[in-house]
Design a protein around this ligand. Structure first.
Ligand code: NAI
Length: 347
C-alpha cells in the first residue's frame, strides 16, 4: 500500500506505527480528523493476516469514527487504534506499551475499548495515560446505550415510514443476541414489539424466547423473516447481493458496524423500497455514552444526545427524500457539513 496516497485520498491527518519488542507490541494509531475535537475511537486487537490488512482496517475505521462522532453531535474527531495480535502472555505490558504511544500523542487521540479489548485493558492503559475512556470505573459497558440508540433510530424510521407511533405493534427480527442485541430485545419487548430472534448460540435464543416470548429463527435465514424491521446486531457485511433480494422487512436498522458489504448495496436496498438506517447513525449510542468520561458531560446531556438519535435519523431521511439520495449518502453529506463547519470555526 502507498500509505501517503491513501492518507491523501481519505483525508487522514496522522498515522503512527509503533513497536516495542520487549512488550511484544506492534500497534497503529490512525487519526483521521481532529476538526471537531480530539480523535476518539476504540482500540481493536486482532490477529491480522498481514500488516497491510491491519493498516487498512485502522484507516477505514478511523474515518468511520469521524463521521459517526460528527453526526452524533459530539465534540470529538475520529481515530482508531489497531493492535496486531495475538497478544503475548504479559497482556498488561502489551497494553502499557500501547498507552505510552497514546501518551506521546498528547491528547490528539483518545482510546476506548473495541473488538478484542476490554474495560480492564483500558484500566491498565490509564496507569500510563489519561487519554483513555471506557474504563471499568467509568460509565462502563456501552452496549445498553447502543441498544437504546438503535431503538430510537428504529422509532424514527418507523414514524417516517408509517406515521407517528409507527413502531408500536410491529414485528422486529433481531440477528444476534449479544451485548447489544439482548438489550435491544428487552427495549423493544417493553415497547410492545413482537420479536423474531436468531443467534448461533442457542442459549441466547432460549433466553430471549423465555424472557420475551420471542419466536426463534434459523440464523442463516433471519434476514428473510416475515418482519416489519430487520435489525442486524451481529456481523458486518450482512447486506449483500444474496441477502437483499430476500429481505421482507420494510426497514433495516441495527447495531452492527459496516452492514453494507459494499457502498453500492445502499442503492440496491433503496431500489427494493427498503428504508435503510445507516449503521453509524443508529449505533452511535456507545460512543455517545463515552462523552460522560471523555468530555465531562453530565448524564442528562448524554441521555438527551442518545434520544437525539431519533431527530438525526429523521433529518437524514428527510434529506435523502428531498435530494433523491440514499440514506447512507445523506448521512455522509450531513456529517461532512458538520466537519466543514467545525474546520471553518476552528473548533
Ligand atoms: P457481541 O459479540 O456481544 O454479540 C454478537 C452476537 O452475534 C453474539 O451473540 C453471537 O453469537 C451472534 N452471532 C454471531 N454470528 C452470528 C450469525 N451468523 N447469526 C446470528 N448471530 C450471530 O457483540 P455486540 O457488542 O453485541 O455488538 C454487535 C454488533 O454491534 C457488532 O457488529 C459491533 O461492532 C456493533 N456495535 C456494538 C457496540 C457496542 O456498544 N457493543 C457499539 C457500536 C457497534
Amino acid at each position: 500500500m502507498d500509505v501517503l496516497d491513501h492518507l491523501t485520498a481519505h483525508g487522514h491527518e496522522q498515522v503512527t506505527i509503533a513497536r516495542d519488542p520487549a512488550a511484544g507490541y506492534v500497534g497503529i494509531v490512525a487519526i483521521h480528523s481532529t476538526a471537531l475535537g480530539p480523535a476518539v475511537g476504540g482500540t481493536r486487537l486482532r490477529a491480522y493476516g498481514s500488516f497491510d490488512e491491519a493498516l487498512t482496517d485502522a484507516l477505514r475505521l478511523s474515518r468511520g469514527m469521524t463521521y459517526k462522532n460528527a453526526l452524533a453531535g459530539l465534540p470529538f474527531g475520529g481515530g482508531k487504534s489497531v493492535l496486531l495480535g495475538p497478544p503475548p502472555p504479559d497482556r498488561a505490558a502489551f497494553f502499557r506499551a500501547h498507552a505510552r504511544v497514546i501518551e506521546q500523542l498528547g491528547g490528539a487521540y483518545v482510546a476506548g475499548e473495541d473488538v478484542g479489548t476490554t474495560p480492564a485493558d483500558m484500566q491498565v492503559m490509564a496507569e500510563v495515560t489519561r487519554h483513555v475512556g471506557g474504563l471499568v470505573s467509568g460509565v462502563g459497558d456501552p452496549s445498553p446505550y447502543t441498544a437504546h440508540g438503535v431503538r430510537r433510530a428504529m422509532e424514527a424510521a418507523a414514524d417516517a415510514r408509517w406515521g407517528p407511533g409507527g413502531l408500536a405493534g410491529r414485528t422486529v427480527a433481531i440477528q444476534g443476541l449479544g451485548s447489544v442485541g439482548r438489550h435491544l430485545a428487552s427495549e423493544l419487548a417493553g415497547f410492545g414489539a413482537r420479536l423474531i430472534v436468531a443467534d448461533v448460540d442457542p442459549g441466547r435464543v432460549e433466553d430471549a424466547v423465555a424472557a420475551h416470548g420471542a419466536t426463534m429463527a434459523d440464523p442463516a435465514a433471519i434476514h428473510a423473516a416475515a418482519a416489519d424491521v430487520f435489525a442486524p446486531c451481529a456481523l458486518g457485511g450482512v447486506l449483500d447481493d444474496g441477502t437483499i433480494p430476500a429481505i421482507r422487512a420494510a426497514i433495516v436498522c441495527g447495531a452492527a458496524n459496516n452492514q453494507l458489504l459494499e457502498p453500492r448495496h445502499a442503492g440496491d436496498l433503496a431500489a427494493r423500497g427498503i428504508l435503510y438506517v445507516p449503521d453509524y447513525v443508529a449505533n452511535a449510542g456507545g460512543v455517545i455514552s463515552g462523552s460522560v468520561d471523555l468530555a465531562g458531560w453530565p448524564r442528562a446531556r448524554m441521555t438527551a444526545a442518545l434520544d437525539g438519535i431519533y431527530d438525526t435519523v429523521r433529518w437524514v431521511l428527510a434529506l435523502a427524500d428531498a435530494d433523491h439520495l440514499t440514506p447512507a449518502a445523506a448521512a455522509d453529506r450531513l456529517a461532512e457539513h458538520r466537519l466543514a463547519a467545525g474546520r471553518a470555526s476552528g473548533t
